[in-house]
Design a protein around this ligand. Structure first.
Ligand code: NAD
Length: 468
């Protein structure tokens, strides 16, 4: 006999899980949402997207103030306790909001670790004992965990993952960031602005290896100007705890001498949590890496159990998870829907920001697609010049035959906001001419999208292109 019964049980209350739970409740289901953390929101709200954006905002204010033309500000003074309190209050506002939303929908929230006990039940270990919940439909939204590099001294608090870096215990004089991906570079941006001397180690030959090189270049140039040291094609082979810091030994064609750092952040990716939920008790297949394979309706091999978000495959992004969560809830409610998003945009909230959607230029070349690209340099964008940030560029990737937009990449201030326009254009199957003909407000950064489209159309007047 189970202690509790639900139409739908959702394991994990991150953006994927809470969206699934709320949508299922709105569609008339009795829902139990389970999470091991005391607050709803998962990694994204509690120790990921949101606190990092709060700190990045402060970092941006510091660097913008320092670069404001014609005004001299004093040296910024960090009040770390106040900064931490503010960041925590931002997180609390959102997680409390989720608790209210759950209550309004009569979603029961259980705070505990859930494991499958059978195909129709989960056992939940809570602070005050164990509960069994039986369900008709299950939605697994148990997320991912940070990848660790074996052999590192993880008992040393100076060795951090993203959660530790966001805790902002102090501002180290020397910070080593291992992994030049999105987390590594967002945290490098924060700590550089707060006064750390930052070194980033990336084992590939480019920062953010998934993005096109031309988009990454302005970021790399700015990091170099800010004296952030970037070591490409480099690995940290050894990390030792010493009294004066963590001593890193490097390997690679241009590897420097071993050196000690006050703190080290490891940001080399995340692994899905599929192996931690006793999925075999439900008969749910999990692959060796911990991903749970799903079909186009987010269904696992067990027809009444769904998997969404990081655990169901790349890209591990909150907006993919929430979209999939709603979809799974709708399938549970009998709607005839399937995952048909044209594109899932990616954004690095660095300074400058980098965003891309659809096919990248690299991927298009690898796939042998017949494409045309159009790049509008922000050096010719009035608005970019007025904000002192004209290093950006906006790139459109166009299918040569159909003239449809199949990809876009933007680097520059607000690139994360700007990419949404191209996402909508792609969803609406727009041709590049549609973007060129849509009147954009002047002077804005959004104009760069229309101007890139005008380059593709041959109608640009803002720059001179010699006749072909
Ligand atoms: P990532 O995959 O973006 O980057 C990891 C980087 O580390 C890669 O560039 C990789 O080549 C490098 N690397 C791997 N092993 C290494 C090693 N031993 N030494 C040196 N470099 C090594 O992963 P992440 O930055 O840790 O982020 C984790 C996940 O969270 C990703 O899926 C990311 O998309 C997501 N995330 C998204 C956002 C956002 O949308 N803004 C922000 C943070 C995280």
């Amino acid at each position: 006999m189970s202690d509790l019964q639900a139409d739908v049980v959702v394991i994990g209350a991150g953006p994927g899980g809470y969206s699934a739970a709320f949508r299922a409740a709105d569609l008339g289901k009795k829902v139990i949402l389970i999470d091991r953390s005391a607050t709803l929101g998962g990694v994204c709200l509690n120790v990921g997207c949101i606190p990092s954006k709060a700190l990045l905002h402060v970092a941006k204010v510091i660097s913008e103030a320092a670069e404001t033309p014609g005004v001299r500000f004093g040296t910024p003074e960090l009040d770390l306790p106040a900064l931490r309190d503010w960041k925590n209050s931002v997180v609390a506002k959102l997680t409390k909001g989720l608790t209210t939303l759950a209550k309004q929908r009569k979603v029961t929230v259980l705070n505990g670790q859930a494991q499958f006990a059978s195909p129709n039940s989960v056992r939940v270990e809570m602070a005050d004992g164990t509960t069994t919940v039986s369900f008709e439909h299950g939605i697994i939204a148990a997320g991912s965990s940070v990848t660790r590099i074996p052999g590192f001294p993880y008992d040393d608090p100076r060795l951090m993952d993203s959660t530790g870096a966001l805790a902002l215990d102090d501002v180290p004089c020397k910070l080593l960031v291992i992994g030049g991906g999105i987390i590594g570079l967002e945290m490098a941006t924060v700590y550089q602005a707060f006064g750390s001397q930052v070194t980033v180690v990336e084992w590939m030959d480019q920062l953010i290896p998934g993005a096109d090189a031309d988009l990454v270049k302005p970021l790399a140039t700015r990091l170099a100007k800010q004296k952030v040291r970037v070591l490409l094609k480099t690995k940290v082979t050894r990390l030792e705890s010493l009294s004066n810091g963590l001593r890193a030994t490097f390997e690679g064609p241009e590897a420097p001498e071993a050196a000690a750092y006050d703190r080290v952040l490891v940001a080399v990716g995340r692994r899905p949590n599929g192996l931690a939920i006793n999925a075999e008790a439900a008969g749910v297949k999990v692959d060796d890496r911990g991903f749970i394979p799903v079909d186009g309706q987010m269904r696992t091999n067990v027809p009444h159990i769904f998997a969404i978000g990081d655990i169901s495959g790349e890209p591990m992004l909150a907006h993919k998870a929430s979209h999939e969560g709603k979809l799974a809830a709708e399938v549970v409610a009998g709607h005839k829907v399937s995952f048909q998003a044209r594109t899932i945009p990616s954004v690095a909230y660095t300074d400058p920001e980098i965003s891309w959607a659809g096919v990248t230029e690299n991927a298009a070349k690898k796939q042998g697609l017949d494409i045309e690209k159009a790049i509008f340099p922000w050096a010719a964008c009035g608005r970019a010049i007025t904000i002192g940030r004209d290093e950006g560029l906006t790139k459109l990737i166009i299918d040569k035959k159909t003239r449809r937009i199949i990809g876009a990449g933007i680097v520059g201030a607000g690139a994360g906001e700007l990419i949404a326009e191209v996402v909508v254009a792609m969803e609406l199957d727009a041709e590049v001419g549609d973007l060129a003909l849509a009147i954009h407000p002047h002077p804005t950064l959004s104009e760069t999208i229309a101007l890139a489209a005008e380059i593709a159309e041959g109608s640009i007047t803002d720059i001179y292109l010699p006749k072909k």
